[in-house]
Design a binder for this molecule. Structure first.
Ligand SMILES: Cc1cc2nc3c(=O)[nH]c(=O)nc-3n(C[C@H](O)[C@H](O)[C@H](O)COP(=O)(O)OP(=O)(O)OC[C@H]3O[C@@H](n4cnc5c(N)ncnc54)[C@H](O)[C@@H]3O)c2cc1C
Length: 518
C-alpha cells in the first residue's frame, strides 16, 4: 500500500455525524497527524439532512432540533438559528367514529408543560408533578455521564447519576409506572417524544424519552435559512481545516488484517489505507456488510450474532406536497412538529404491526407526523406528511421485483394519507396540491444505505441502550461506529464523541456532552 493512498483517518459518510467527527478531529489535532478523508456515496453531503427541488417547490427532510449552539461554537461555525414559538408541539387526535378532531397545543418550558398536563388530567396532577420533579433531576444528571465509562467512572456515577443508573434498564412505560402514570391519558402526550425516536412508550428506554422531552423544553430551533445550510457549513469548515472529501464514492469493504482495520475499498475499485476508520453508515451495513459476511468477517461469531439481533428503528412513508396556496386550516400546523393520530394507542398498534413486518396503516389507524415549515419570502409553501412506523422489507422487495406494482402501491398509500389529513385537518387540501413527491421506505434505504431504511439507526430499547448499547469502539482495532444517538443533536454529539475518543479525551474529556461536568 503506497503513500498516495495513505491517510491518518478515514470517515465513511458525510452526514452530520461524519462531518462533525472530521471537523472536530481536525480542530483537536493541533498539528498532530491529520490527513483526514471523508468518503460519501451520494453527490451531496448531509445524509438524512437533505433538501430537494421539484418543479419550483423546495422540500426539506428535517424540521426541528434541540440546542446545538455549543457544538457549533466549538467547531467555529456561525449559523443563524431561529427559535420556534412557545407552543411548537401540537397533537391532533382524530375521533374516527365521529369524524372529529381534538387539538392540543403544548407549551415549551418544563414547568408550563407540566402545568398544562396537570390541568388536562386533574386526577393525575400529583403524579404528574412527581414525574416532572424526578425526571428534571434525572435529565440534569446526563451532564455527568461518561460516554465510555471505566470502572472508576461507573463507581463515581453511582453518586453523580443515581437516577440514570436506577432507570437505565427500564422502558418509558415501566418508568411511568413508578409515578402511577401508566394508565393516564398523559402517556399519549409522552408518546409524541417517544415517536420522535421511532418507538412506542412500551419499548423505548426511559432515559431517551425523558432526554428528548427535556431537551426540547429548553427550546427548539431550525436554521434561519434551509436546514441543509447546517451540513454545508460543516463541510466548508471541514475543508477549510484541510480535510479531504470524496463524493460519489461508495465504500464496498472495510479492509482488516490481524484483528485491526487497515483501510477501505471503494466500489469503483479504488482503496485508501488508514489505522483508524470511523463508519457513520448504518451499523448493520458497517458491521454486517462492509466488514464481510460470515466467514469473511473479522468479528467473532458471538459478536456477529449480537449485531444480527440488534433491533433497528422503523422506516417511514413521506408525502411531500408543494402547495399552490394556503389551504384553510393550515395555520395551526405551522409549528415545530405536529402529529395527527387516530386516538390512544395508535402508535403502539402500528409498531406491533411493524415488528411483524406488516404495515397496518389504514383510515382508522394512523400516526402521521406533519411538518409545515415557516412561510418565507420567495418560497412556495410546502407540507410534509410522514406516516410512521413503517416496515421496509416489502417496499424494498416490491421495488426490485415489480416497479409498476411498487409505483401503484406508493400512489395508493400517498392517497390514503392525504385522505386522512383531508378528513381531519385540511378539508380542501386536494385543491391546493401543486406537486407531490413521495418517499417510501425503499427510498430511505437507497438514499442512506441502511438495509432496513431505518430513520434513526439502532433502536434505543433497554437491551441496546446505555452500557448495553453496541459500543462505538468495535472489537476490530481502529474501527469506530459512532451511532450511539440519532437526530440532529444526537448525531453531531456522536461525531464529537468519536473525535474525542480518537484524541484521547482532548475535546470532551470523555464526557458524554461538550461542557459536561467532571
Ligand atoms: C425524513 C427525516 C426527517 C428527519 N427529521 C429530523 C428532525 O426534524 N430533527 C432531528 O433531530 N432529526 C431528524 N431526522 C433524523 C436525523 O436526520 C438523523 O438522525 C441524522 O441526520 C443522522 O445523521 P448521521 O450522519 O448519523 O447518518 P446519515 O445522515 O444517515 O449519514 C450517513 C451517510 O453515510 C453515507 N453512506 C452510507 N453508506 C455508505 C458507504 N458504503 N459508502 C459511502 N458513504 C456511505 C450516506 O450516504 C449518508 O450520507 C430525520 C430523518 C429523516 C429521514
Amino acid at each position: 500500500m503506497d503513500e498516495q493512498h495513505r491517510r491518518d483517518l478515514i470517515i465513511i459518510g458525510a452526514g452530520l455525524n461524519g462531518l462533525t467527527a472530521g471537523t472536530a478531529y481536525l480542530l483537536g489535532c493541533e498539528g498532530r497527524k491529520n490527513r483526514v478523508l471523508l468518503i460519501e456515496k451520494n453527490a451531496v453531503c448531509g445524509g438524512y439532512v437533505a433538501s430537494y427541488a421539484r418543479q419550483g417547490w423546495l422540500f426539506e427532510t428535517c424540521q426541528m432540533t434541540s440546542d446545538i449552539s455549543d457544538i457549533l461554537r466549538y467547531l467555529g461555525i456561525g449559523l443563524e438559528m431561529k427559535e420556534f414559538g412557545p407552543d411548537f408541539i401540537r397533537l391532533f387526535v382524530a375521533d374516527t367514529a365521529a369524524g372529529r378532531t381534538d387539538a392540543m397545543f403544548f407549551p415549551s418550558g418544563a414547568s408550563d408543560f407540566e402545568e398544562m398536563l396537570r390541568r388536562m388530567f386533574p386526577s393525575d396532577a400529583e403524579n404528574i408533578k412527581r414525574f416532572f420533579d424526578y425526571s428534571g433531576k434525572m435529565y440534569r444528571e446526563i451532564d455527568s455521564l461518561k460516554y465510555a465509562p471505566g470502572f472508576a467512572d461507573t463507581l463515581r456515577m453511582l453518586s453523580t447519576c443515581p437516577r440514570v443508573i436506577a432507570n437505565a434498564s427500564k422502558t418509558f412505560a415501566a418508568y411511568a409506572q413508578r409515578f402511577g402514570l401508566e394508565r393516564s391519558g398523559c402517556m399519549e402526550v409522552f408518546q409524541i417524544f417517544s415517536s420522535l425516536c421511532g418507538l412506542p412508550n412500551g419499548a423505548i428506554a426511559a432515559l431517551l424519552t425523558v432526554g428528548v422531552m427535556f431537551s426540547l423544553f429548553d427550546r427548539a430551533y431550525r436554521p434561519a435559512g434551509l436546514f441543509t445550510d447546517l451540513p454545508h457549513r460543516l463541510r466548508e469548515r471541514y475543508l477549510s481545516l484541510g480535510g479531504e472529501l470524496l463524493f460519489h464514492s461508495e465504500v464496498s469493504e472495510i479492509i482488516t488484517g490481524g484483528g485491526a482495520v487497515c483501510g477501505v475499498r471503494l466500489a469503483n475499485g479504488g482503496y485508501y489505507t488508514a489505522e483508524s476508520v470511523v463508519s457513520t453508515a448504518d451499523v448493520k451495513s458497517s458491521l454486517g456488510v462492509l466488514l464481510g459476511a460470515e466467514n469473511d468477517s473479522p468479528l467473532k461469531t458471538a459478536y456477529r450474532r449480537r449485531v444480527g439481533r440488534i433491533r433497528m428503528t422503523p422506516s417511514a412513508f413521506t408525502v411531500n406536497i408543494g402547495l399552490t396556496g394556503d389551504p384553510p386550516g393550515i395555520e395551526p400546523l405551522r409549528c415545530g412538529y405536529a402529529v395527527l393520530a387516530s386516538g390512544p394507542g395508535a402508535f403502539r398498534s402500528l409498531f406491533a404491526g411493524f415488528e411483524k413486518g406488516e404495515c397496518l396503516l389504514s383510515e382508522n389507524l394512523f400516526h402521521i407526523g406533519i411538518s409545515c415549515p415557516p412561510k418565507r419570502e420567495g418560497r412556495k409553501p410546502v407540507l410534509s406528511l410522514q406516516a410512521v412506523p413503517m416496515p421496509a422489507h416489502d417496499w424494498i422487495t416490491l421495488r426490485a421485483a415489480d416497479y409498476a406494482a411498487y409505483r401503484e402501491k406508493k400512489e395508493n398509500t400517498a392517497s390514503l394519507i392525504i385522505d386522512i389529513v383531508r378528513r381531519y385537518l385540511l378539508p380542501e387540501l386536494s385543491a391546493y396540491i401543486g406537486v407531490l413527491d413521495i418517499a417510501t421506505p425503499a427510498t430511505y434505504a437507497r438514499y442512506s444505505g441502511s438495509p432496513t431504511g431505518s430513520i434513526y439507526d439502532m433502536a434505543c430499547v433497554p437491551d441496546n441502550f446505555g452500557r448495553r448499547r453496541l459500543p462505538v469502539k468495535t472489537p476490530v482495532e481502529g474501527l469506530y461506529i459512532p451511532k450511539f444517538a440519532h437526530g440532529v443533536f444526537g448525531s453531531m454529539n456522536s461525531g464529537m464523541q468519536v473525535a474525542d475518543m480518537l484524541l484521547d479525551g482532548r475535546i470532551m474529556h470523555g464526557n458524554s456532552r461538550l461542557g459536561g461536568r467532571e
